[in-house]
Design a binder for this molecule. Structure first.
Ligand SMILES: Nc1ncnc2c1ncn2[C@@H]1O[C@H](COP(=O)(O)OP(=O)(O)OP(=O)(O)O)[C@@H](O)[C@H]1O
Ligand SMILES: [Mg+2]
Length: 267
C-alpha cells in the first residue's frame, strides 16, 4: 500500500463567477516527489494551484494535507499548515534586500524536519549570497525567481508549489533554475510545478534515476502509468468541456506528469 500523500486533491470544481474552470480535478503528490502539472495557456494550471492554496474558491471537492482537510481554510492558514506557494508573478518584497526577503520568509518546520536556514539556502542558491544586501526589486528576472523559491523554502513547506518557474526567463537561466530544482529534489523536497514548458520538465527528469529504489524495484511502465493517467484524465475532463484540444491527456503528455522521484522516496 502506498504511503499517505503529502497533498491530495479530490474531485475539485472551481468557478470564477458562472464560468467553470476546473472539472473534477484529482491529484496526489507523495513525499519527496517532484510532480509537473503540464498544460497550455488557460488550461487551468494556476487555478489548480490557487485552489490548493485557498486563493480560488472550490465549489466541490477537497484538498487534504497529510490526510487533513484544508480546503475551506483561509489562505494564510493553509500556508501556515505547510504549503509554500511561488506564484507566477513571484511576489518578492521589492523594497527589501535579498536577505531581508529570506528572513521574512522564515517559519518553523514540522517536527523532525531538516530545516532551511539562510546558510543552507545560500549553499543551494550560491548566486544569491553575493547579492544578499541588494534590493530585491533590482534583481534580474532569474535572480528574482531564485529568491522567490529560496524565500518560500525558508518557510519549511511540506509541499512547494511553483507556478511556471521558467516563465519569461532566458534559456540559460531556465537551465539554471532546472539545475536548482534537481538539486532540491536531492534534498528530499516535495514539489508541484505548473508549467507549459515540456522540455524544462523533461530536463528535471533527466538526472540519473537508475540509483533510485523506486525505479529499480518497479517496472517502468507500471511506475509511471497509473498515477499519471489518473491526474491527466482529471485535467482532460476539465478541458474537454471548454476546448477539446486544450490539453492532451494521452501518450506523451500523460507520461510527463510524473517527472521525477526523489532518491529519498522509498517507493
Ligand atoms: N480571476 C479570474 N476570473 C475569471 N476567469 C479567470 C480568472 N483567472 C483565470 N481565469 C480563467 O480561467 C482559465 C484558466 O486560467 P489559469 O490562469 O488557471 O490557466 P493557466 O493554465 O495557468 O494558463 P497560463 O499558462 O497562461 O498561466 C482561463 O480561461 C482564464 O481566463
Ligand atoms: Mg498560469
Amino acid at each position: 500500500m502506498s504511503a499517505q500523500p503529502v497533498v491530495q486533491v479530490e474531485d475539485l470544481d472551481v468557478y470564477y463567477g458562472t464560468s467553470q474552470i476546473l472539472f473534477g480535478v484529482d491529484l496526489r503528490v507523495q513525499q519527496g516527489e517532484t510532480m509537473a502539472l503540464l498544460g497550455r495557456n488557460g488550461a487551468g494550471k494556476s487555478t489548480t494551484m490557487k485552489a490548493i492554496m485557498g486563493l480560488a474558491p472550490a465549489r466541490r471537492g477537497k484538498v487534504m494535507l497529510r490526510g487533513r482537510v484544508i480546503s475551506g481554510l483561509k489562505p494564510h492558514h493553509i500556508a501556515r499548515a505547510g504549503l509554500g506557494f511561488v506564484p507566477e508573478d513571484r511576489q518578492i518584497f521589492p523594497d527589501h534586500t535579498v536577505e531581508d526577503n529570506l528572513v521574512i520568509g522564515q517559519k518553523k518546520g514540522a517536527e523532525g524536519q531538516d530545516e532551511w536556514s539562510i546558510r543552507r539556502v545560500y549553499k543551494v542558491f550560491p548566486q544569491l549570497e553575493p547579492l544578499r544586501y541588494r534590493i530585491a526589486g533590482r534583481l534580474s528576472g532569474g535572480e528574482q525567481q531564485m529568491l522567490a523559491i529560496a524565500r518560500t523554502l525558508m518557510g519549511n513547506p511540506a509541499l512547494l508549489l511553483l507556478d511556471e518557474p521558467s516563465e519569461g526567463l532566458a534559456p540559460i537561466i531556465v537551465q539554471r533554475i532546472g539545475e536548482l530544482l534537481r538539486q532540491l529534489r536531492g534534498t528530499g523536497a516535495t514539489v508541484l510545478i505548473a508549467e507549459q514548458n515540456m522540455h524544462f520538465c523533461l530536463g528535471l527528469a533527466a538526472t540519473p534515476l537508475s540509483s533510485t529504489r523506486a525505479r529499480s524495484s518497479t517496472p517502468r511502465q507500471s511506475r509511471i502509468s497509473k498515477p499519471t493517467i489518473t491526474f491527466a484524465s482529471a485535467i482532460s475532463r476539465c478541458s474537454r468541456k471548454t476546448d477539446p484540444f486544450l490539453f492532451q491527456a494521452d501518450n506523451e503528455w500523460c507520461k510527463l506528469h510524473r517527472v521525477a522521484r526523489s532518491p529519498y522516496k522509498s517507493g
